[in-house]
Write a protein that binds this ligand. Structure first.
Ligand code: HXC
Ligand code: NAP
Length: 279
């Protein structure tokens, strides 16, 4: 399906964490479909580059350097977005952090930092944008992960955080549905060329091979796969879909994804015993 079959020319789309990887791919999908865009992440350089990338599609684009953990800054960001662009039609919340670490080895602060970015950050983004969403009609997309429902070794922090993200999706879907605001999660599978995959399954590693083998469709996904799903779920075609947790993963979450945790744990053990992991 071509992304151009969707028409977002009258819509404003805000993407938290929208300056790289999957979230930037989603922002590009909306930009191609004519949307006005606002993107936000911590790095001013990444924001500036994303703005240039998105402007190529011809629409208006603004951007903010901000941290989803900084509530005061978020209040300013959403107030300014509303002042410049009007009500937000589509809100994508996708800022996240990840690193592989065993539960008995990571510090409390290491666990907390991921929970603070992924889970509390998602709450902050939804909470402080809420008054600026178009009502009725707005669509919120939270970016989850297979770790939300598949326990994965070396990922206790991410599993806990993303499971919480999906419960925020479900609870806000109930609370905000009466206002005409739909809330759904998209659950990416392994998406090629992204920071997440570089961290968990670098190309050429045994983890990368295992990932492709364990996806029923026998390939990694693309950021365009993610953008297509986002364009659909935010559209009128999905107007009765609310509180859904939608995998976009080639079937990886049906069982294969759990194997990545075992592979990460094995790699960590091998590294510890000073063996070459991918000989
Ligand atoms: C153990 C680690 C660690 C590691 C950091 N920490 N990296 N612990 N192993 N590899 C610990 C630090 O020692 C510190 O604890 C605490 O975490 C906070 O570290 P900071 O560097 O101060 O945090 P911060 O600067 O806020 O950076 C956040 C971050 C970083 C998550 C650590 O990696 C980041 O900014 N990531 C954003 C990009 C990213 O991760 N993208 C991938 C998303 S993919 P102490 O105790 O020393 O204070 C994804 C799902 C992929 O989310 C799913 C694929 C299937
Ligand atoms: P990515 O490129 O690192 O994307 C993360 C984005 O969030 C970046 O734009 C980053 O920019 C921003 N960010 C990080 N911490 C932030 C903070 N505290 N405040 C504001 N912005 C912050 O990684 P990705 O792999 O594409 O992942 C994108 C999303 O998909 C994440 O939610 C991830 O959990 C999910 N996911 C990814 C995969 C995969 O295969 N990659 C699989 C499942 C789920 P700055 O550094 O400038 O802040």
């Amino acid at each position: 399906m071509s992304q151009c079959q969707f028409d977002y020319r009258e819509k404003t789309v805000f993407v938290a964490g929208g300056t790289s990887g999957i979230n930037l791919g989603i922002a590009q999908g909306f930009a191609k479909a004519g949307a006005t865009l606002a993107v936000m992440s911590r790095s001013q350089n990444k924001v500036d580059t994303a703005i240039e990338t998105l402007k190529q599609y011809g629409g208006r684009v603004i951007g903010f350097a901000a941290d989803v953990r900084d509530v005061d800054r978020l209040k300013v960001v959403f107030e300014q977005t509303h002042r410049e662009l009007g009500p937000i039609d589509v809100l994508v919340s996708g800022a996240a952090g990840n690193f592989p670490a065993a539960a008995n080895e990571m510090s409390g602060n290491a666990f907390k930092v991921v929970v603070d970015i992924d889970l509390l950050g998602t709450f902050n983004v939804l909470r402080y944008s809420y008054e600026y969403l178009r009502k009725p009609g707005a669509s919120i997309i939270n970016i989850s992960a297979p770790q939300a429902f598949i326990p994965m070794e070396m990922q206790a922090h991410v599993c806990a955080a993303k499971a919480g993200v999906d419960m925020i999706t479900r609870t806000t879907a109930i609370e905000w549905g009466p206002e005409g605001v739909r809330v759904n999660s998209l659950v990416p599978g392994p998406i090629e060329g992204t920071e997440g995959m570089k961290r968990l399954a670098p190309s050429g590693s045994s983890c990368a091979k295992l990932v492709v083998d364990s996806v029923p469709l026998k390939r990694q996904g693309t950021v365009v796969d993610m953008a297509n799903a986002a364009l659909f779920i935010a559209s009128d075609l999905a107007s009765y879909i609310n509180g859904a947790i939608l995998p976009v993963d080639g079937g990886w979450g049906l069982g294969g994804a759990g194997q990545l945790g075992q592979s990460l744990a094995t790699m960590a053990q091998l590294a510890k015993s000073a063996q070459v992991p991918d000989a």
